[in-house]
Design a protein. Sequence first.
Length: 150
Amino acid sequence: MTDPQAILRWLPFVIPLAFVGFWLLITTLLGLLSGWFNLQQWYPDEGTDEPVLKLKRQSGQVGIVNFNNALTLSVYRTGLGIRVPRIFALFSKPLLIPWTEIEASATKSLWVRLVRLDLGKPANGKLVVREKLWAKLAEAAGPAAPTVNP
């Protein structure tokens, strides 16, 4: 038989450890399902460039994972920077996708006009954002940004 007093003594230690373990599991699953871990192998952001434009708390879909108000999208001369706060993706490092490695195409979700960005050639990841957000990013990037295919 288990002593209830012994369980109560260990409970303050077990609950925080279980929470941290569960959080690590969830954030790791987000990295896998979004394809972030694959992308960070090919397109790490070394943090050497200064962004032309930085938009925080943006929404988008990376892979099959929706990041609502959790993405920071940055325009660099060399490419598109994508990052997630560490609290939501502990093992997901910032990305810098070169403009030459991005293909943009128009798409729609119910009544919302979106742009799908295929990342890599051949594509090994995707980012879907609202059309208005892409217009801001593309304007800041100038001619380096890919044009949207219908």
